[in-house]
Design a protein around this ligand. Structure first.
Ligand SMILES: *[C@@H]1O[C@H](CO)[C@@H](O)[C@H](O)[C@H]1NC(C)=O
Length: 183
């Protein structure tokens, strides 16, 4: 019995090392190559934007795997959504008429949702839930789009629109990477 118990202990430790240890699993995934980034960006809506983001050496894109690469647009989306959320209340205060007020009020809702969605995306990425990540990327992009369309109706040169467009692009990149992770 004693030796069987010892066998069980060794077998369990081995299983832990081989199958459960996340760092061991992670290091077996291939590192991102320029070809990967090329494939990913070719499927995005704004390809030059995607290249600028994913090949930016500040974010060390070639030192991680595909799941790690997703962290780049996710972190940028988090910062972007945070700042847009912060920028909307003053715009709402300055709104000149009912239509602007209504648009910025709805945008407040859009960006609260978009911000929560990025936070969900962070958790899905960490858990390796690619499908959850894909859903989050899609719904976050829809929130950004909804706000942008409304604001563009009365102020096509609003500074909000540029940041809004960037956020939409980050969600789009996350969506394409999650599709590749699911493949
Ligand atoms: C790379 O990212 C950093 C940090 O966000 C930014 O300051 C820099 O301008 C970016 N470089 C390019 C080429 O986009």
């Amino acid at each position: 019995m004693a030796s069987f118990a010892r066998f069980l202990l060794i077998a369990t430790s081995l299983a832990t090392i081989l199958f459960i240890n996340p760092s061991a699993a992670k290091s077996s995934r291939p590192l991102v190559t320029y070809a990967d980034i090329n494939t990913i960006c070719s499927k995005t809506e704004d390809q030059p934007f995607c290249f600028r983001v994913l090949t930016n050496q500040t974010f060390r894109p070639y030192e991680t795997d595909l799941l790690g690469l997703a962290k780049i647009p996710i972190n940028l989306a988090l910062t972007g959504a945070f700042y847009i959320k912060r920028d909307i209340p003053p715009l709402l205060k300055q709104a000149k008429n009912y239509k602007e007020r209504e648009a910025y009020t709805l945008c407040t809702q859009n960006y609260n949702d978009a911000y929560d969605t990025v936070r969900k995306a962070i958790r899905f990425r960490v858990k390796g839930d690619y499908r959850g990540l894909r859903v989050a990327a899609l719904s976050g992009g829809e929130e950004a789009k909804a706000c942008g369309v409304r604001v563009a109706q009365f102020n096509p040169s609003s500074p909000l629109l540029q940041k809004n467009g960037e956020l939409k692009n980050y969600f789009n990149i996350i969506w394409v990477i999650s599709n590749r992770l699911i493949e």
